[in-house]
Design a protein around this ligand. Structure first.
Ligand code: ADE
Ligand code: ZN
Length: 354
């Protein structure tokens, strides 16, 4: 059997996504539409990639590294101006994700990149909430928002944004499920953000951080030791560099790694999907999920990530059942929702093997 034969099964498999940036789902076509609607001038005079949606797609094929990508990511999101733009962005992602049987999504957004342009935090959050409510009604998909702070900017801005979100009651009322940190990783080691993470922990707020994407395994250990995070976004370098002590620690603590194979290849964190450390994760018993990161920029949503792994690693149905169940177990939804989703997975697996 060829290793694409499980693709229909993978498409049907109920999935949880834990690592995608809503702004990273801004497809070039919508980007150009919103730029025209909001009179946002794109830098086409200095960068020919901004000539058209097609040339932008082409440029996205050749990112050199994380910062090269982030340059496009921040320009792209500057077309998001009013509430309807944020709602349209999130609802487009939820629609696409539902078509790939994502049943639960925990999604990131980067408020500082919008509030710095004069967009109110409440505009962003309330618009995403409208899209979330529609996704639940239209697709039965549960979703949660994770507010990410930007690590290439000073701590003071991150603290200000965190404090505003907390004072507005967005964590207390469950509008925001957790706090994360993203953007350029090196040279911004986790201990720089200790005060912020201490404040979040004191307020009982869940915490995650991007670590070990371009940064060394040390950043992952520091995130655990100094920031006391509950989850690590990426962490791929802990595996590729074979930090065995750290790998066993992640396994024994059941820390979820939210992994993004296509992103890792597109940003040159690993040379190819075949070198994604999937077998090592499985053998070491590390809990992980497979995610899209920035699907519009990397040319693949969650299903394309599942299928890319399958084409390289030729796993069996039972392996995928374990991966899918592990990602549900690592989710931040209610226990009741987890039970429901685990049963949905079993139904699809049983249907496939019968
Ligand atoms: N892959 C990534 N790493 C760090 N920050 C990001 N923001 C959006 N995508 C990101
Ligand atoms: Zn990410």
């Amino acid at each position: 059997m060829c290793n694409t034969s499980l693709h229909p099964f993978l498409a049907a498999l109920p999935k949880a996504e834990h690592h995608m940036h809503l702004e990273g789902s801004l497809e070039p076509e919508l980007l150009f539409q919103l730029a025209a609607k909001n009179n946002v001038t794109l830098p086409s005079s200095t960068d020919p990639a901004f000539a058209s949606a097609e040339s932008l797609h082409q440029r996205y094929e050749t990112f050199q590294n994380l910062d090269d990508f982030l340059g496009y990511y921040y320009i792209g999101m500057s077309v998001l101006v009013d509430g309807s733009d944020f709602e349209a962005l999130a609802y487009a992602y939820f629609t696409k994700a539902a078509s790939q049987n994502v049943r639960h999504a925990e999604v990131f957004f980067d408020p500082q990149a919008h509030t710095s342009r004069g967009v109110e935090l409440s505009t962003i959050v309330e618009s995403f909430k409208r899209a979330q409510a529609r996704a639940e009604t239209d697709f039965g998909m549960t979703t949660q928002l994770i507010m990410c702070l930007l690590r290439h900017l000073p701590l003071s801005g991150a603290v200000e944004t965190f404090t505003q979100a907390k004072d507005d009651g967005y964590f207390a009322d469950g509008t925001l499920a957790a706090m994360g940190m993203d953007s350029s990783e090196v040279p911004f080691p986790p201990p720089m953000w200790k005060d912020l993470y201490d404040a979040a922990k004191e307020s009982g707020i869940r915490r995650t951080i991007h670590a070990g994407e371009e940064g060394p395994p040390l950043y992952v250990s520091q995130a655990l030791d100094v920031l006391d995070v509950e989850r690590i976004d990426h962490g791929v370098r802990a595996l590729t560099e074979g930090d065995d002590i750290l790998i066993s620690r992640l396994a024994s603590a059941n820390t979820l790694l939210t992994m993004c194979p296509i992103s890792n290849v597109k940003l040159n964190c690993i040379p190819s999907i075949a070198l994604f450390p999937l077998r090592k994760l499985i053998a070491a018993g590390v809990r992980f999920s497979i995610n899209s990161d920035d699907p519009a920029y990397f040319g693949g949503y969650i299903l394309e990530n599942y299928c890319a792994l399958q084409e390289s690693f030729d796993l069996g149905v039972r392996d995928w059942e374990k991966i899918a169940k592990g990602s549900i177990m690592g989710s931040w939804c209610t226990e009741e929702r987890k039970t429901q989703l685990l049963m949905e997975i079993e139904d699809v697996v049983n249907e496939h093997i019968s």
